[in-house]
Ligand binder design. Structure first.
Ligand SMILES: Nc1ncnc2c1ncn2[C@@H]1O[C@H](C[S@+](CC[C@H]([NH3+])C(=O)[O-])CC(=O)[O-])[C@@H](O)[C@H]1O
Ligand SMILES: O=C(O)C(=O)Cc1ccccc1
Length: 243
């Protein structure tokens, strides 16, 4: 199957609205995320490996902000614990519409339920694995602690959270180098200067970045006993935390 190419910001917009996970984005999302996030495939693959190791019998595995279900599918293909269910949640109707069919197209023993909903309003069931793969960065900064506390409160001892985030560096020279290297990565993947600058402007109000230190501190404050960054390329990171 050919993946439709992302050309959303290829033409100049006279009025550039805020970036939204709408029909247009859902349509090209696999191409967009692969050409925009260095190491995305590695992170999704490793999420599967980590879930296979930490899933506990008779518990829920959550994929929060599941989009088209790439990480949900990694959970389905790697879970070996009996009696589990996988729940993927996303607030975007366009994503959720496509996600269930995508995940159902692949084999796996664990039942998967995809729901449209706000992860801030979700009542979490006892869980052993929770994935936030580039989702927390789209939650209002003042609500991030509360969300992680809700997740932590529902998590079984020994449970695993994977938190992948684009981060900023407190030191401005280093931050600029990393941002430039990411833009080079996007150029190398065929995005034009116009596409890079328009998307950047569209994301400004909706994707607010913390530093890796802020994320790690928040995880400790919300009850995770072990916090380990396991991936980094430029300003893209992934951390696992154990309850
Ligand atoms: N409050 C919210 N409640 C539920 N969903 C939300 C909320 N806010 C944003 N989202 C959803 O979070 C997802 C973020 S994308 C995740 C990629 C995926 N994890 C992947 O592994 O492919 C990351 C990116 O595009 O950089 C979108 O689908 C939003 O609709
Ligand atoms: O494209 C970017 O510049 C990003 O920072 C990553 C991204 C990928 C997909 C949707 C939103 C942001």
């Amino acid at each position: 199957m050919t993946v439709p190419r992302d050309a959303i910001y290829a033409q100049p917009y006279s009025e550039l609205g805020d970036f939204a996970f709408d029909e247009k984005v859902a349509e090209v999302f696999p191409d967009m995320i692969n050409r925009s996030v260095p190491g995305y495939a590695t992170m999704v693959h490793t999420i599967g490996r980590l879930a296979g190791r930490f899933a506990q019998p008779d518990s829920v595995l959550y994929d929060l902000g599941c989009s088209l279900g790439a990480s949900t599918l990694a959970l389905k293909q790697n879970n070996k614990a009996p009696g589990c269910s996988i729940i993927g949640i996303d607030s975007s109707a366009a994503m959720v519409e496509r996600c269930q069919a995508h995940v159902d197209a692949f084999r796996g023993d664990t039942p998967v339920h995809i729901e449209q909903g706000d992860i801030l309003q979700t009542k979490y069931k006892p869980c052993s694995v929770v994935i936030l793969n580039f989702t927390l960065q789209f939650i209002a900064p003042e609500k991030r602690q509360q969300l992680l506390q809700q997740i932590s409160d529902a998590m079984l001892p020994g449970g695993l959270l994977v938190l992948s985030e684009k981060v900023r560096e407190p030191e401005t020279v280093c931050d600029q180098v990393l941002v430039d290297l990411h833009h080079d990565f996007k150029r190398d993947n065929g995005y034009s200067e116009l596409e890079i600058s328009q998307k950047r402007a569209a994301l400004e109000n909706v994707m607010r970045l913390d530093t890796l230190q802020q994320h790690q501190q928040r995880l400790q404050e919300t009850g995770f006993s072990q916090v380990q960054n396991w991936y980094r390329c430029f300003n893209f990171t992934s951390t696992f935390a154990i309850k």
